[in-house]
Design a binder for this molecule. Structure first.
Ligand code: SF4
Ligand code: FES
Length: 276
C-alpha cells in the first residue's frame, strides 16, 4: 500500500522564531504551456523564519527582477488560506509539510537552515501547466458549472429559519463547504482523481434541504464531467485527504458514490417504466 504523505501539525513549537535561513531552491521553470520545462536552482539568502513560503518567493523574485531575469510565476490571492488560488508541490507534498495548511499560510520556521527545497507545479493531465508553478484549474469550474449549485427563485431574502436544517446536517454541510478548490487532492493522488473535490461539493449540497430537488441530476452530471475532464478514478489510497488544507474527509467520496448509485438506479427504473 502506498505511504500517505507525511505532514506535521501546525502547533509544533516555534523554536526558529526570529531567525534567518539560507536555502537552496530547485524550482520548476516553464515559459508557457507549449514549451518544455526544467528545474532551475536558486539561492535564497537571509530568509526570515517569520515569513510565509510565498513571502520567501517574493524575496527571490525581487532579486530575479533586479538582475533582469523573469520572476517565478505562482498563483496567489488572499494569502489567508481561504481563496484556494495558491498551491504547488514542496518536496513532493502538495502544500508542503504542515497539515491543514495552504502554501500561503506555511511559514519558513518549518524549514531548516541550509535545506534544499524542491518546488514544482501540480502534475495532472486535467491541470495543464500555464507557466512555472501556475496550472489551469478550469476543469474544476466546469464540474461546478454542471451541478454544484441549487436552483431557487430570487426575490426578497427569506427569514433565516424559514427552512429548518437539523444541526448535524448543517454542521456537516458547513464542513464540506470548506473545500476551497485548490486542487491539492488531485495533485497528490497517484491517479490524479478529483473525487475528494467533487465529493465535497456533492456532500455539501446533499446535506441541505435546498439541495434535495436536484440531488440525483447533480451527482450524475458532476461525475460525468469529472470523468470527461480526464481526472483518474479513485482507488481509495487516501493521499487526497492527507494533504487537503481544509481536512475534507474521505467520507465525502462514499457519499458521492452512494448518491450516484441511487441516482442511476432511479433513472434506469424510470427509463424502463416509460418504455413499457
Ligand atoms: S478537497 Fe481539499 S485539497 Fe481538494 S480542492 Fe478541496 S480543499 Fe483543495
Ligand atoms: S492565496 Fe488564497 S488560499 Fe492561498
Amino acid at each position: 500500500m502506498a505511504m500517505l504523505a507525511q505532514r506535521g501539525t501546525a502547533t509544533e513549537p516555534n523554536d526558529h522564531a526570529g531567525r534567518t535561513l539560507n536555502l537552496t531552491l530547485l524550482v520548476w521553470r516553464q515559459k508557457n504551456a507549449a514549451s518544455a520545462g526544467k528545474m532551475v536552482t536558486y539561492e535564497a539568502r537571509g530568509i526570515s523564519t517569520d515569513m510565509s513560503f510565498l513571502e520567501m518567493l517574493d524575496v527571490v523574485n525581487e532579486e530575479l527582477i533586479a538582475r533582469g531575469e523573469e520572476p517565478i510565476a505562482f498563483d496567489n490571492d488572499c494569502r489567508e488560506g481561504i481563496c484556494g488560488t495558491c498551491g504547488f508541490m514542496i518536496n513532493g507534498v502538495a502544500h508542503g509539510p504542515e497539515s491543514g495548511t495552504t502554501v500561503c499560510q506555511l511559514h519558513m520556521r518549518h524549514f531548516k537552515d541550509g535545506e534544499t527545497i524542491t518546488i514544482e507545479p501540480w502534475r495532472a493531465r486535467a491541470f495543464p501547466v500555464i507557466k512555472d508553478l501556475v496550472v489551469n484549474r478550469s476543469a474544476f469550474d466546469r464540474i461546478i458549472q454542471v451541478g454544484g449549485y441549487i436552483t431557487a427563485p430570487t426575490g426578497g431574502a427569506q427569514d433565516a429559519n424559514a427552512i429548518l436544517v437539523p444541526k448535524a446536517d448543517a454542521d456537516a454541510a458547513f464542513d464540506y463547504a470548506a473545500c476551497i478548490g485548490c486542487g491539492a487532492c488531485v495533485a497528490m493522488c497517484p491517479n490524479a482523481s478529483a473525487a475528494l473535490f467533487t465529493g465535497a461539493k456533492i456532500s455539501h449540497l446533499g446535506h441541505l434541504p435546498q439541495g434535495q430537488p436536484e440531488r440525483d441530476d447533480r451527482v450524475i452530471r458532476m461525475v460525468e464531467q469529472m470523468d470527461a475532464e480526464g481526472f483518474g478514478s479513485c482507488t481509495n489510497i487516501g493521499e487526497c485527504a492527507a494533504v487537503c488544507p481544509k481536512e475534507i474527509p474521505l467520507d465525502v467520496i462514499s457519499f458521492m458514490n452512494r448518491d450516484l448509485l441511487r441516482a442511476t438506479r432511479r433513472k434506469d427504473r424510470e427509463a424502463k417504466t416509460s418504455n413499457e
